[in-house]
Design a protein around this ligand. Structure first.
Ligand SMILES: Nc1ncnc2c1ncn2[C@@H]1O[C@H](COP(=O)(O)OP(=O)(O)OP(=O)(O)O)[C@@H](O)[C@H]1O
Ligand SMILES: [Mg+2]
Length: 411
């Protein structure tokens, strides 16, 4: 009986008026009885929720089986909620509906705001990038994506880092292409100009010999050979310059070397040509200095500077110094040569620039290659010169990280 009463109680909590009858139709237990048996406080609470007598529908009847044997009947009908509870339920339903509507409005507004935000801060910069890319594809390399959308005070902070990086990469690409294009144009015109002179000289010589104006003498042939050498030098220089430009994109091969040994071997290989001219090539007797650097480029840089020092020095000699400077290392090449006039100093690194009074042959490409290579390696080059006393070229280069702490250091 206890568990039956409990079942009826739970049934009431779920909103049902329940009666249980035995096989002969006698009432065993019912909702009203369970309600009457409740402690007074609980009974009051139940009555506040349920209208026991307001249930006006007929009972549904369900036979009760225990172990396959029919023991009685369960009569069930829904109870009515009491008045105040009904009102509360209505209010709750209304609030629920309002809540849902408001939620939808907020979500909708959020989505709208988000899409405006995205279109302003994401798709607009992307559109700008797209049209810039189209212009580059059309051959206009001067285009850059920039303020006010991607930089400066108006630049939106959020979401924007990736786009900013993309824009920077784009600008870098456009700059590289522009540089390449400018180089191509300049080289074509400069090279044509540089080729014309030696070719004209050779042509004149050969024609004069054919016409019998001048004899075919060793001296004339020497002249032609000198012009051919000049041309060969020019072609090699252009090759070096093109290679330097190409390695701007490809990157070089960095190795850990002892700068002292490296410079000593460079000095050893160049000393004979200095001796031939009666000049000295000396190297500071310094300590071991380990650096990580692009050896091939460093060789080209110093080779060109030292070759100039040799070419433009008549007495005395050339001295090479090296030292470590924090994360950088410095190499200095000091000659006691003819010097460079003050107004020419800023020009000597320009392609095909030759000093007005410069002796010897040359096309003016050596220092342009040097400047290019130093820049690619992330370094700097400076020049100090006094007419009649000599020039000093100073190259400062960073020590590339190896990831094993093998930077600069003395052994
Ligand atoms: N050590 C130096 N002393 C005096 N003048 C120099 C020195 N180095 C360079 N110059 C001046 O700078 C100019 C440019 O040098 P750069 O090496 O680029 O060309 P170049 O030596 O004339 O020709 P190239 O190197 O192509 O054979 C030279 O023509 C010369 O006037
Ligand atoms: Mg030179």
């Amino acid at each position: 009986m206890d568990s039956l009463s409990e079942t009826v109680h739970w049934g009431m909590m779920l909103g049902f008026d329940i009666q249980v009858e035995d096989r002969d139709g006698r009432a065993l237990v019912g909702s009203q009885q369970v309600m009457d048996d409740l402690p007074p406080s609980m009974k009051r609470r139940m009555q506040a929720i349920l209208h026991m007598h307001a249930a006006d529908v007929e009972y549904e009847r369900y036979p009760l089986y225990v172990e396959g044997k029919e023991l009685g009947t369960l009569l069930v009908r829904p109870l009515h909620r009491a008045g105040p509870v009904q009102v509360k339920e209505d209010i709750f339903k209304k609030r629920g509906t309002n809540f849902l509507v408001i939620s939808f409005i907020i979500a909708g507004a959020g989505a709208l705001g988000m899409s405006v935000f995205l279109s302003l801060y994401l798709s607009r910069p992307l559109k700008i990038l797209k049209s810039a890319a189209e212009r580059v594809a059309g051959g206009d390399f001067s285009v850059r994506v920039g303020p006010p959308l991607l930089r400066g005070s108006q630049r939106p902070r959020i979401l924007n880092d990736e786009i900013l990086r993309l824009a920077e990469s784009f600008n870098y690409m456009a700059e590289a292409l522009e540089k390449e294009e400018a180089l191509r144009k300049r080289l074509t015109s400069n090279v044509a100009h540089e080729l014309r002179t030696p070719l004209a000289v050779m042509k004149a010589h050969v024609e004069a010999m054919i016409d019998g104006v001048i004899e075919v003498r060793e001296e004339s042939l020497e002249n032609i050979r000198a012009e051919i050498e000049k041309l060969t030098h020019l072609v090699e220089g252009i090759e070096d310059l093109t290679k330097a430009e190409a390695s701007f994109f490809a990157g070089g091969e960095y190795k850990r070397i002892n700068l002292r040994d490296f410079l000593a071997s460079l000095q050893g290989s160049m000393r004979p040509v200095f001796q031939e001219k009666g000049l000295q090539l000396s190297l500071t007797d310094g300590e071991d200095l380990f650096v990580v650097t692009d050896v091939e480029k460093l060789e080209k840089i110093l080779g060109n500077i030292i070759a100039n020092a040799l070419k433009y020095t008549e007495k005395g000699g050339v001295r090479v110094d090296y030292r470590s400077d924090g994360g950088e290392f410095t190499i200095e090449v000091k000659d006691s040569g003819i010097g460079i006039p003050e107004e020419e100093v800023p020009k000597v690194f320009t392609r095909f620039y030759r000093g007005k009074e410069s002796p010897g042959t040359g096309v003016g490409i050596g220092l342009a290659i040097v400047k290019e290579l130093v820049a690619i390696m992330g370094g700097q080059i400076s020049l100090k010169s006094t007419m009649g006393e000599g020039s000093t070229f100073t190259v400062r280069l960073p020590v590339k990280e190896t990831g094993r702490g093998e930077g600069i250091g003395e052994a």
